[in-house]
Write a protein that binds this ligand. Structure first.
Ligand SMILES: [Zn+2]
Ligand SMILES: [Zn+2]
Length: 301
């Protein structure tokens, strides 16, 4: 089978370079990181060039290309919020996230669009689109082509980004000259939880992906490969080890055979087995190793 770049999001205890080493140890060819603590806006946190250089050296050593690395934005980036101050702070945080990812020279940053609260969902989508535009205007386009990527959500409460139509409306807000610098990615747990039938049959799964491709005019820029602890349509975002949740193993085989999984980061976000990772321990989490072997076995035929 042609290029499938499997990876995950290992612990970054001890720093980003350690997360790269753990990824390499698990045989990962793609990587997800966080560029700053995810529970803060981090609108003033920069990445120093020497830190970026060390990170890129570690990637080269691990044989992971920067174009197969993405950063997950902070969870507090609620760009959909109707509260002006909150939305403005989230937009600044998103712009700074894009800046850090650009300095690191990676493929992009993904983020959850946040909640509409008691506001109109359509207008909430527009606010998310506007925050993306603001980030793209604040950070000049780089040689690495670092992008801002919307992640689909499980759809709990009034959270935005659960459907192809919502993601498409956010992206439609971005003017044509900037549009190539943004896109979206899909999380299997979120798709399943938000009522997209990716586990019923290969045809149903293809139709779900088609819907996003048709609505946005493009393919996903990354996939998050997670099983779901909760049932279909539950709108609950709880990841499970692949094969140990409600999705099961087979749908991941179909997904890895879909041409849309070619050439993009395919990232596990499944639980760690170790309760804690020591800063100086470069060995991969045993669960990551197990998940990588499982996914690789699905590619074999
Ligand atoms: Zn995800
Ligand atoms: Zn999730």
């Amino acid at each position: 089978m042609s290029a499938r770049y499997l990876g995950g999001h290992p612990s970054d205890a001890g720093g980003l370079v350690m997360s790269v080493r753990r990824a390499a140890g698990a045989g990962m060819r793609a990587l997800q990181i966080m560029t700053a603590p995810p529970t803060y806006y981090n609108e003033k946190v920069s990445v120093k060039p020497d830190k970026a250089a060390r990170f890129r050296e570690a990637l080269a050593e691990a044989g992971i290309e920067p174009r197969h690395v993405i950063a997950h934005g902070a969870y507090v980036l609620n760009t959909a919020s109707p509260e002006e101050l909150k939305a403005a702070r989230a937009a600044s945080g998103l712009a700074k996230e894009l800046e850090r990812c650009t300095v690191l020279g990676i493929a992009g940053c993904c983020f959850h669009p946040g909640s509409a609260g008691d506001s109109d969902p359509g207008e909430a989508c527009d606010r998310v689109g506007d925050a993306i535009v603001r980030a793209l205007q604040a950070v000049p386009e780089s040689a690495s082509g670092t992008r801002v990527l919307i992640e689909n959500t499980a759809g709990a409460g009034r959270t935005m980004g659960r459907s192809a139509a919502e993601v498409a409306r956010m992206l439609a807000r971005v003017p044509a000259p900037l549009r190539h610098r943004t896109g979206y990615g899909l999380d299997t747990c979120h798709l399943f939880a938000s009522g997209h039938d990716i586990a019923g049959s290969p045809e149903a799964q293809r139709a779900a992906l088609d819907e996003f491709e048709r609505a946005t005019g493009e393919r996903p820029a990354f996939l998050h490969l997670n099983d779901s602890q909760h049932p279909f349509g539950s709108n609950k975002d709880r990841h499970a080890w692949i094969g140990e949740g409600s999705i099961g193993v087979e749908p991941f085989r179909w997904l890895l055979a879909d041409p849309r999984s070619e050439g993009i980061p395919l990232l596990l976000e499944t639980p760690n087995e170790r309760a804690e990772t020591a800063d100086d321990d470069a060995t991969p989490d045993p669960a990551d190793v197990r998940m990588m072997r499982l996914l690789e076995s699905l590619l074999a035929i």
